[in-house]
Design a protein around this ligand. Structure first.
Ligand code: DQQ
Length: 495
């Protein structure tokens, strides 16, 4: 077993070993950030899912806590404790999760000790005993739970992800006084699975991990409502999307549908929380792009994204950026001189590495393209290209990731990724690229593209280069080596 797997990230959170998928129960409690996650400690395979748990005071360094939820030997969660959230039930930390039994999931609760380390499942589980009657559903799982109202009129509300056969993905709305007895209200919003404008924003036949929140200029009191979900169909995880619009009464009136991350399934099942600083912090699951056999060999799989702060731009799109706390890991600052980029490609011999944080600002004339090459072998046989381009007319652009030559291993996924890049009249692109072994997160003018890379010569594939076609000016280029977030360097696997 690869004890020092070169593809294992060092500053992204990974599980101590086995399988990791969705972030769960995200919250800040008494000042401490809690990250729970879908976890199989026994093998790097999605089977009998537990809830793993880690805590942090800075969103950068994580401490493993005892496993929070273990599937029952019997009962409603005997086949897994699937995704859910953490809420504050009058001071009692309470998990709302999907108990899996056979091929079905139903909402369950667990109450936590004051330090959130130990969890007791509710005797009344499942707290909703069946999906809504008379609706032909595709699935029924995952939860978004909040308190609503004021004075005497405070109620719990909950969304459960689902899909209506013949219609599309949906989120069912429920209401409760005590988290234990729930009244079905109706579908908050239903997509249209027959509408497939483009594969990249198809809303699927089921919505996994729905997450509803409000973003606005004065905190989150007024503003725009955002409904995040992950489009799923017949066992296939497609991509995360979000609606912007207005949540009022019992419905959500959408104004627009957006792609959440151009990496698609490489940033899946995101969940967010509002922290003590008033920030909306989001994590997502970076799935693997290698085979099950390769995962089994490695002994671990699944990466948690870096924490992202999410805000809204003037056009009602999410702007995403890694939280500034990541700066704690920066060291060995290097700069590249500003000026016009005159060559189609130049290797930056001083900037190299597989743990890097790069921040650059480029200015593109109409019709120009700039590219940043990462994880390149000295002979160029393996290389990954982050490309930004500006259309000949107007202020639209494209962000692309070319992974076709990222690995000579024919079994890993090397499909390219791309999406629209908003540009001002000045053609300015603020590009941030974070490289952490097999994990790659790119942000271009606030639009993220997340993916995985598996060079076959990982020890050599550390080169970085830059180049352009057309009129491109490099306004700034700063790079840092990133320290490991775990005290002993590589995160050791469970023995
Ligand atoms: N993963 C969980 C489900 C969720 C899916 C199971 C999304 O609750 O729908 O591990 O990746």
């Amino acid at each position: 077993r690869a004890l020092r797997d070169p593809h294992r990230p060092r500053f992204h959170f990974t599980s101590p070993g086995g399988w990791l998928n969705d972030p769960n129960g995200l919250s800040q409690w008494d000042g401490v950030y809690h990250l729970f996650y879908q976890y199989n400690p026994l093998a790097p395979a999605h089977h009998r899912i537990h809830w793993g748990h880690a805590t942090s005071t800075d969103l950068v360094h994580w401490t493993d806590e005892p496993v929070a939820l273990v599937p029952g030997t019997d009962g409603p969660d005997r086949d897994g404790c699937w995704s859910g959230v953490l809420v504050d039930d009058g001071g009692v930390p309470t998990l709302v999760y999907s108990g899996r039994h056979g091929e079905h999931e139903l909402p369950c609760l667990a109450r936590g000790s004051a330090d959130l380390k130990y969890w007791t499942k509710d005797r009344a589980n499942p707290v909703i005993t069946a999906p809504p009657e008379g609706v032909d559903i595709t699935a029924f799982r995952d939860h978004c739970v909040w308190r609503e109202g004021s004075g005497e009129d405070v109620v719990w509300r909950q969304l459960v992800g689902s899909g209506i056969r013949g219609a599309g993905g949906t989120a069912f709305l429920y209401e409760s006084d005590d988290l234990r007895t729930w009244r079905y209200v109706g579908p908050l919003l239903t997509g249209d699975a027959s509408q497939n404008r483009g594969e990249l924003d198809w809303t699927g036949t089921m919505w996994e991990c729905v997450d509803l929140f409000r973003l606005g200029e004065d905190g989150e009191a007024s503003g725009t409502d955002v409904l995040v979900f992950s489009a799923w169909d017949e066992g296939t995880t497609h991509h995360p999307l979000y609606w912007t619009g207005r949540y009022e009464g019992d419905t959500f009136t959408p104004t627009a549908l957006h792609r959440l991350d151009y990496g698609g399934r490489y940033f899946y099942a995101p969940q967010s929380t509002r922290d003590d600083l008033g920030r909306r912090i989001m994590f997502g699951w970076l799935q693997e792009g290698r085979t099950d056999e390769a995962n089994a060999q490695a002994g671990w799989c699944g990466v948690m994204s870096l924490p992202r702060a999410v805000t809204l731009d003037a056009n009602g799109n999410l702007i995403q950026a890694p939280v500034p706390e990541l700066g704690l890991l920066r060291k060995d600052h290097l700069q590249v001189a500003a000026g016009p980029l005159t060559s189609p490609y130049t290797q930056l011999h001083r900037v190299r590495g597989d743990q890097l944080d790069i921040e650059t600002t480029l200015r593109l004339a109409p019709g120009a393209t700039a590219r940043l090459v990462v994880r390149e072998t000295p002979d160029g046989a393996e290389r990954t290209v982050v490309e930004v381009s500006r259309a000949h007319d107007g202020t639209v652009g494209t962000l692309r990731l070319h992974r076709e030559n990222s690995s000579l291993d024919p079994t890993v996924d090397t499909e390219p990724r791309y999406g629209g890049l908003p540009l001002g009249d000045d053609g300015r692109v603020d590009l941030r690229v974070l490289i952490d072994h097999s994990a790659l997160e790119v942000f271009a003018n606030g639009r993220p593209l997340t993916a995985r890379l598996y060079p076959t010569r990982p020890d050599e594939a550390v080169g970085v280069g830059i180049g352009a076609d057309g009129d491109v000016t490099l306004e700034r280029f700063d790079a840092w080596q990133m320290a490991s977030a775990f005290p002993d360097g590589p995160r050791p696997l469970w023995p």
